[in-house]
Design a protein around this ligand. Structure first.
Ligand SMILES: Nc1ncnc2c1ncn2[C@@H]1O[C@H](COP(=O)(O)OP(=O)(O)O)[C@@H](O)[C@H]1O
Ligand SMILES: [Mg+2]
Length: 357
């Protein structure tokens, strides 16, 4: 219960912060909140690019009933922001803490928590009016963020609660991978897929932030930001903030962005591939060692190699053999394997495939 109370007070203070942020710009500068929080959409209308779910939520803001929800999709596409904004609009700042229970992966969410915390909260009955006299929905919302990290027994325990308390409680499950949610849960929810944000939408958002923060930037830097973040607006905003901190009073350039994002220079990747295609294994060993010693992360190298292999002059069979190896390497890396050995093993497969040309 304690973690919940803590979460609730944080939530309750948030709307006040928002008000302060809308004040004069001098006040804004004094606050050291991350920009992803500062520029989180405050109402459902501000959520860009996810028309479907916004339409459904707006209907329920107008008084229609709300189904149990399941949001899924890649990170940084607005899942958490959407439900938080909707809940705040539904209940207003005061009722929010009584009506919304927010649990995410950092909280303990084993079967015990589902049994006690969620069940107790779900069982409280609620009235259909707000303290300010406005109508509000006669149900509470339980947000389970990052639900794909919940254990299967905990998910199973949730299913009965979901059904039994359907008169007073709506659930909103949020996850990246819908395949990790058990089928009985997915079938009880309306599912909404959050698409990776289109480049133009990201650009608009970033430009808006640049304007509000009075940043100096080149056009290319925004394009670079969108490119390195691959549809993840959270990543883009975080990079932008780091770039702004590093380039106080200076212009933010695309080079600064590439540096911050840890992108491997194109030349290095090209060089590595050239050695795979034409060099010897001894040279390859040195080249891989160099690139890893430069401190570039193996996952980054992997993703850039992938993009560039697709463009190369190899036949489909060769490409598929290489990309299959990439999948294996990616899994090994996420399991904590040695970066140098994995990269070397991948490059030797590329070399072997290329030699069949
Ligand atoms: N569709 C969107 N519209 C507006 N802002 C967005 C959108 N998606 C992401 N953002 C921005 O990215 C940040 C992270 O979004 P969040 O909702 O936490 O993503 P996630 O889908 O990973 O839960 C937010 O602070 C917000 O500024
Ligand atoms: Mg989230």
């Amino acid at each position: 219960m304690q973690a919940f109370l803590k979460g609730a007070t944080v939530q309750a203070t948030r709307p006040q912060k928002d008000k302060a942020a809308a004040g004069p710009s001098t006040e804004k500068k004094a606050k050291a909140i991350p920009w992803v929080e500062k520029y989180r959409p405050k109402c459902v209308d501000e959520v860009a690019f996810q028309e479907e779910v916004v339409a459904v939520l707006k209907k329920s803001l107008e008084g229609a009933d709300l189904p149990n929800l399941l949001f899924y999709g890649p990170p940084g596409t607005g899942k958490t922001s959407t439900i938080l904004a909707a809940a705040r609009e539904l209940y207003g700042p005061e009722l929010y803490r009584q009506r919304v229970l927010e649990l995410n992966a950092s909280d303990e969410r084993g079967i015990q928590v589902i049994r006690e915390k969620v069940k107790n909260f779900a069982q409280l009955t609620v009235a259909g009016t707000r303290t300010d006299g406005k109508l509000c929905p006669p149900f509470k919302i339980i947000i389970l963020d990052e639900a794909d990290s919940m254990t299967a027994p905990a998910q199973a325990a949730l299913r009965r609660t979901m059904e039994k308390e359907s008169r007073t409680t709506r659930f909103c499950l949020i996850c990246n991978y819908i395949s990790r949610i058990i089928e009985p849960l997915t079938s009880r929810c309306s599912k909404f897929r959050f698409k990776p944000l289109a480049n133009q939408i990201q650009e608009e958002r970033l430009l808006e932030i640049c304007k509000k923060e009075n940043l100096k930037y080149t056009k290319e830097s925004i394009t670079a930001l969108v490119q390195v973040s691959e549809g993840d607006l959270r990543k883009a905003i975080t990079f932008l903030q780091s770039a702004a901190r590093l380039n106080v009073d200076k212009e933010i350039t695309d080079r600064a962005i590439v540096e911050i994002a840890g992108v491997v220079p194109v030349k290095m990747i090209d060089n590595l591939l050239q050695i795979c295609f034409r060099g010897t294994f001894e040279k390859l060993e040195v080249a891989v060692k160099d690139i890893v010693d430069e401190g570039y992360s193996a996952t980054q190298i992997l993703s850039q190699l992938h993009d560039s292999i697709i463009e190369q002059d190899l036949n489909d069979k060769q490409k598929s053999a290489i990309t299959e190896k990439m999948a294996v390497v990616s899994k090994c890396l996420s399991d904590g394997a040695d970066e140098y050995l994995q990269m070397l093993s991948l490059c030797s497969v590329i070399m072997q495939q290329a030699s069949e040309n």
